[in-house]
Design a protein around this ligand. Sequence first.
Ligand SMILES: CC(=O)N[C@H]1[C@@H](OP(=O)(O)O)O[C@H](CO)[C@@H](O)[C@@H]1O
Length: 427
Amino acid sequence: MKWPPHAGDWLRPSQTDGFLQISQNRVAVLLLAGGQGTRLGVPYPKGMYNVGLPSSKTLYQIQAERICKIQELANAKHGSKCTVPWYIMTSEFTLDPTKKFFQENKYFGLDPSDVVMFEQRMIPAVTFDGKVILQDKGKIAMAPDGNGGLYRALVDNKVLENMEKRGVEYLHVYCVDNILVKMADPIFIGFCVSKGADCGAKVVEKAYPAEPVGVVCKVKGVYQVVEYSELRPETAEQRDPRGELVYSAGNICNHFFTRPFLNEVAQKFQGQLKQHVALKKVPFVDREGNLVKPTTPNGIKMEKFVFDVFQFSRKFVAFEVLREEEFSPLKNADGAPLDTPTTARQSLLAQHYRWAMAAGASFLDAQGKALPPRPRVTRDEDPPVVCEISPLVSFFGEGLEQLLGQKVLTTPFLLDENRAKELLQAQ
Ligand SMILES: CC(=O)N[C@H]1[C@@H](OP(=O)(O)O)O[C@H](CO)[C@@H](O)[C@@H]1O
């Protein structure tokens, strides 16, 4: 069965309920940040990556500022003083550097007590015939247990108790690498809550059959995600009579869970989660004690997947969003055709350019020559101007008419809080 229906078939969800929940401290965000970023090829956590924006902000900073802003928007709407706690699942690889980075950057303006870091487990990598691999003399090669290690980590670290104490009822769980992620998105939260869902997933229409995204679909009557690594190419290519992909609902790793659902999974089901097998290049020491970096896969890493709990949901919803507004993941190093620092930067700058244009701004180039507006910028090209808008100024593009309406701006243009104040004062 094709899932979900086309975007136009959806009821228009209301933001109102989402903001209400946020303002009542019932919403938290949970970041999956235990991965090693092997494809990106950096020795530090992906969240610390700077994709080369004019502001030089890292993914962690952008996300922290979005939390600040969503709290502010909910407060302004409901006269509250709310908190959206940020739970960050790290691993042995990412915990210390992440902690240090947040400390050095004063938690990017968030209250440190509202940023809760915890660690997922590690499991040994093995050879194809099941033997452990020595990464160093006397050290077994270990890898994080996959983003589905979340459920055990929630128990190990008493995170669910922390959520309960704070009165958190709804979780927006997301992956670190999507530069366009809408943290605690009130539209998504509002939609899931209004449908009485215990579990939900945002999806985008797949761009092409072999795109490396999981697909949300029904298997034997049960909603689940089939991961791209486990979907046969001929299945991925199946089309319906209209010529559209049958499995077109691409998973963007943005999930909604209620706390009671997470509790139930943690207590009853997490032991049942399937182990997925990934063939990987695992560095090892040879008999002479030399470190060898294999060029072809030599080992197996076992991983659990965060979405494998969808099968236990009583009410699951999928929510289709626009790729250009919500999905541009950082997976690969520059040089790869897609999902690189360059494409992540281009997607964000293209979005901010669209916001500025929609707010009524026009642009001059660096020599003062007027630049004709370009209504459509695709996600993998440079927008005609460099325009970056701080999340502290605008989360969704809201509130920009007042600042940018009828303004003639010169590229490159960086709208941070100071610039926003100047623009307001100049009125
Ligand atoms: C286990 C898991 O969560 N896999 C996700 C995740 O893939 P990675 O290749 O593991 O980053 O993010 C993708 C979206 O960026 C999503 O399509 C996929 O299903």
